[in-house]
Design a protein around this ligand. Structure first.
Ligand code: DP6
Length: 353
């Protein structure tokens, strides 16, 4: 009992991830319709600080103050409150808490990078840590990380993959015994080439998207091709994971690019079709394919639910790819803006203040 703490301040961080096989379609509390595979990144991080206090009256309600980038952000706050209500109802955290949460991102809003994965993962790490402190439980180890990933998923599906790095699998997949729909697992036996893989993010357009990811998932319920898509995603996960283990970059490029195009193909062919790519997205894709054919450099493009491109390639081609971006691609970018990132084996941190 003596070790049980009553108040304190902790700071957690988590970085974003980019899906290689896409999570697109869900049921319940972010239970995915198909498994997905991702790379965890370094640069795009959310940092969340919480000053917490246990209230003496055990029957009192959860009290939350929330500031995003030093401002009271009502929309974000509602989302955070809803999240806490959900996880409190699952007994992941007590109700009689007073929390003052401050969060910020290391990347600008205008970068067009989705922050829900990194933010929800940083929040989940903080919550799990807090619960462990209050209840005098271990604050690290495989069970702890699994619980963080599960809690992150409840906030935003893709957030569960920001708990491990450099490569994650989320969603039940035959042949991967430890895989689960409830949490992500790290892919352990990846080929060495992926240990320092590069991701250069090309910002084509940073304006907020017309259709959010939760709305996009929702539209998959009535998508005419959904069953075929879920089967295909399973097959792609298996083939991609084999390629990641073997270091088979030709297969890696083929599957990663077909997944990106499939994601946007699904958006364009649903019952309420919509287009998130821009003319410059397609211009860059065309150039990248030609660059790869000419140089044999295995650079692959992928997209999340927006117009910006992620270029993925082995670290030893960095100089050539960067020179090509500066020479041939920046003209297609908003304010010539791109972000140099790479994979991250340890995408989360936690400290006491
Ligand atoms: C296209 O995780 O943002 O980036 O679970 O509703 O919060 P919610 O959705 P979210 O969806 C991510 C969709 C994606 C593909 C992916 O990251 O796998």
């Amino acid at each position: 009992m003596n070790n049980i703490k009553l108040s304190g301040v902790i700071k957690s961080s988590a970085s974003s991830n980019i899906a290689l096989v896409k999570y697109w379609g869900k049921k319940g509390l972010q239970i995915p319709e198909n498994p997905s595979v991702s790379l965890s990144l370094c640069q795009s991080q959310s940092i969340t600080e919480v000053a917490w206090e246990i209230k003496e009256d055990r029957t009192s309600a959860l009290e939350i103050e929330f500031y995003f980038e030093a401002q009271e952000n009502i929309e974000f706050k509602q989302r955070v409150i809803k999240y806490f209500e959900t996880i409190a109802s699952l007994h992941a955290i007590p109700h009689h808490l007073k929390l003052k949460i401050k969060s910020h991102n290391t990347f600008p809003h205008s970068s067009g990078i989705a922050s829900s994965a990194s933010f929800m993962a940083s929040l989940a790490l903080m919550v799990r840590h807090l619960d462990a402190l209050i209840n005098d439980l271990p604050t690290s180890g495989p069970e702890f990380s699994q619980a963080v990933s599960r809690l992150a998923r409840i906030g935003s599906g893709s957030a569960c993959r920001s708990v491990y790095g450099p490569i994650c699998l989320w969603g039940q997949l035959d042949g991967w015994r430890e895989s689960s729909d409830e949490y992500a697992v790290p892919v352990q036996n990846y080929h060495d080439i992926f240990s320092d893989y590069r991701d250069t993010i090309l910002i084509v357009d940073s304006t907020p998207k017309k259709i959010s990811s939760p709305q996009g998932h929702q539209l998959m319920h009535e998508h005419p091709f959904k069953e075929k898509r879920y089967i295909q995603a399973r097959e792609n996960c298996k083939k991609l994971l084999d390629a990641i283990i073997m270091g088979d970059l030709a297969t890696f490029v083929r599957i990663v690019e077909s997944e990106a195009l499939m994601l946007h193909g699904l958006m364009m062919t649903g019952t309420k079709p919509y287009i998130l790519v821009k003319p410059n997205t397609l211009a860059i894709i065309d150039k990248i394919v030609r660059f790869r054919e000419k140089t044999q450099i295995p650079v692959a493009f992928t997209l999340d639910a927006g117009p910006n491109l992620h270029l993925l390639y082995p670290n030893h081609f960095h100089e050539e790819v960067l020179a090509y971006i500066k020479r041939e691609l920046v003209q297609f970018l908003e304010n010539q803006n791109f972000i140099e990132d790479r994979v991250n084996a340890h995408p989360t941190t936690l400290e006491y203040i």
